[in-house]
Ligand binder design. Structure first.
Ligand SMILES: C[S@@+](CC[C@H](N)C(=O)[O-])C[C@H]1O[C@@H](n2cnc3c(N)ncnc32)[C@H](O)[C@@H]1O
Length: 262
């Protein structure tokens, strides 16, 4: 069901410290009594879901993701929560197979992987109770622009030198880094109220060498590197890492809070 290449979920879980740090800060924006039913939309390997479950001592989490590899990883991490968590394999671009409406939706580091935000917000609204809160963060306009520029330059160079057809067209993949204004308009059209959307810069320094390159390959460049053989993949990532002036990822996060209208 995953759109595009499958995730390396084990490696993602190991390296996703930035997403975990941001995710817990986003979770702090979600007021909880502790007995709610909450959807984690794009739970990934479950690190942020785990923090959510720890705040829902008497509640329930639906951990939803399109990637079976991510869901397997999340199942292992979250086994200790037993039947307080349900795992759902689903695509956020399609109507969601969730029974009763949820009291809240949390989503971190996911929406920019979803090409159609109109469909995304419609599908979320359809499974939320009236008054339920959506709290989310994803990549916003300008996110990792320097990384993408470096990747474009290396791809162009590889095409020029090797006639590399795999890198020629649409090499960036399909990341959807939306603006706060367009996102607010889409949320309004999907039936949300009390909408707030804003950007935050989160420049993130990684250790140069293997930690940076593994991170780039697993997250930022996963769509483009999936076009290459494993040996050439690492060489491409190495060239992109060398093209960055510093081992800093120029993250820009789009934050969202909104309430499901009646
Ligand atoms: C970078 S991970 C974030 C995981 C977790 N929320 C975190 O903060 O670490 C993005 C997740 O979104 C999921 N995803 C991307 N597109 C999706 C879609 N259309 N439907 C459901 N899940 C999707 C991916 O499979 C992946 O697990």
């Amino acid at each position: 069901m995953t759109r595009g290449p499958e995730w390396d979920a084990r490696t993602y879980d190991r390296i996703a410290d930035p997403m975990h740090r941001w995710g817990v800060a986003v979770l702090d924006r979600l007021p909880l009594r502790g007995d709610e039913r909450v959807l984690d939309a794009g739970c990934g390997s479950g690190r942020v879901t785990e923090a959510l479950l720890e705040r829902l001592r008497g509640g329930h989490v639906i951990a939803l993701d399109a990637s079976l590899a991510m869901l397997d990883e999340a199942r292992q991490r979250l086994a200790r929560f037993g039947d307080r968590v349900t795992f759902v394999e689903a695509d956020l671009m399609s109507p969601l197979p969730i029974g009763d409406p949820v009291d809240a939706v949390l989503s971190t580091a996911t929406f920019h992987w979803v090409p159609d935000h109109d469909a995304l917000f419609r599908n979320l609204a359809a499974v939320m109770a009236v008054g339920a809160r959506l709290v989310a963060q994803c990549g916003g306009v300008g996110n990792i622009a320097r990384v993408q520029a470096a990747s474009d330059a290396v791809a162009l160079d590889w095409v020029a030198r090797n006639g590399d057809a795999a890198l020629d067209a649409g090499a960036r993949g399909h990341l959807n880094f939306a603006t706060p204004l367009a996102t607010a308009a889409r949320l309004d059209a999907a039936g949300f109220t009390h909408i707030e959307t804003w950007l935050t810069d989160e420049p993130t320094r990684l250790e140069a060498g293997d930690p940076l390159e593994t991170y780039l390959e697993t997250v930022c460049l996963r769509e483009i590197t999936a076009r290459l053989t494993p040996e050439r993949r690492r060489a491409f990532v190495h060239d992109v890492a060398r093209a960055l002036p510093e081992p800093i990822l120029d993250y820009v996060r789009l934050n969202v809070t909104a309430i499901r209208a009646g």
